[in-house]
Ligand binder design. Sequence first.
Ligand SMILES: [Zn+2]
Length: 342
Amino acid sequence: MKALLFHEFGGPEVLRYEEVADPAPGPGEALVRVRACALNRLDLWVRERIPALKTPLPFWTGSDIAGDVVEVGREVTGLKPGTRVAVNPGLACGGCEWCLRGEDSMCERYGIIGEHIRGGLAELVTVPAANCLPLPDHVGYEEAAAFILVNMTAWRMLVTQAALRPGEDLLILGVGGGVSSAAVPIGKLCGARVVVTSSSEEKLQKAKELGADELINYSKQDWVQAVRELTAKRGVDVVLDNVGAATWKGSIRSLANGGRLVTCGATTGPIGETDIRLVFWRQLRILGSTMASRPEFRAVMGQLFQGRLRAIIDRTMPLRDGAEAQRRLTEGRQFGKLVLIP
Ligand SMILES: [Zn+2]
């Protein structure tokens, strides 16, 4: 099969479109013919090298996979060759304290397809059969692949962790990002008023098309001040911040009493300033979130299948042009997902 792989860590120039051996499914696994695989920032980080990971070379990434089951390994029941599937990218042991609680994204050995094992930027991939969710006929591969990771992440952040309720105000920072843009329709589905920030007028307009109620261009105005004005000095109930160091202090200042700050990433750096007085006096909650549990994956995919949420696709490109797609993602030119087709 062909894979978009790298033999050394580095920029998009290290990517090669090469022939490698076909994988075979082990016990409990399914072999999936990849029909679409969407990119995430994770693909870039792994390619550039994550120091804590022992990534075997050559390696290929790809976490957002949709395709057809070709073959199943021993001990697999209930999944037949020919089934169209979306793949849950989360890998969990199934037996630790957290897995037994149903919190598989807290698993002691939690991993992600395309980060901890080779992923879907190839013609074929083996995945745990339990991660395969059959796709209804009306849902396309590209749509499914583009939807998975960012929506499961945003769903857990807003629905489970922040427990966003109808009538609340939600502030989403840096709405051009994958999770942030997915969070706009999820926020609307929860019944919130959605305020978004970006430095790009074009991205703000796209967020408006997704349902955002209030737009703040932080290159033109102080966004913390703008939030104060929009909420008559009250502040918002929930801030979704995966920008990190650059926005952390402002995020805390933007919260109303009892507000929740939920984060799944720190793109601009991991250390932020927290005014502890605001945290206790205003009784704020700071919530971390990573990926999603199996029930959350199923719940959010169900929203796609029912047409209540949809994928946001920037563009689709052939897998062989994956280096160009990764460059586009590096430069932040996209709005929504870049989807590669083997
Ligand atoms: Zn576990």
